[in-house]
Design a binder for this molecule. Structure first.
Ligand code: FES
Ligand code: FES
Length: 153
């Protein structure tokens, strides 16, 4: 089995994987970083979004071996110790989550959006989130959360 090495949340990690192992499986099963969720088999739900070399990406669309040498950030790497990332704070403040299943992917997508388009309009926020499905919130509070975070990030 091939060995894959990468940096995850600032720590160098490596592990043996099958060629077909997805990045999300490597994160969840090898590294036990279970904040990254799997919500579909069709690359539609966005629950698995992480940052790969600084860009948000669905970790179910990438093989672990394709992430060789990459810098990965997962939801576990966002907070600074006990201090939540401003996007996490904003989701909490605005009730941007209910069951929380979609939340890790939403937050990781939202952080990338605010980095790339700090002044994104409500319409642009909604378009950016088209790859993230939430079955609970109706999206209004998620959009409000991101708008709050735009003021603080
Ligand atoms: S698990 Fe990756 S998009 Fe649904
Ligand atoms: S908060 Fe439940 S799926 Fe989004």
């Amino acid at each position: 089995m091939p060995t894959v090495s990468m940096t995850v949340n600032g720590k160098k990690v490596s592990g043996e994987v099958e060629g077909r192992t997805l990045l999300v499986q490597f994160l969840r099963e090898n590294l036990r970083l279970t904040g990254t969720h799997v919500g579909c088999d069709t690359s539609q739900c966005g629950a698995c979004v992480v940052h790969v070399n600084g860009d948000s990406m669905k970790s179910c669309t990438l093989l672990a071996v394709q992430a060789e040498g990459a810098e990965i950030t997962t939801i576990e790497g966002l907070a600074d110790g006990d201090t939540l990332h401003p996007m996490q704070e904003a989701f909490r403040d605005n009730h941007g989550l209910q069951c929380g299943f979609c939340t890790p992917g939403m937050v990781m997508s939202a952080v990338d959006l605010v980095k790339k388009n700090p002044k994104a309009s409500e319409q642009e926020i909604r378009e950016w989130l088209e790859g993230n499905i939430c079955r609970c919130t109706g999206y209004h509070n998620i959009v409000k959360s991101i708008q709050q975070a735009q003021q603080t990030i």
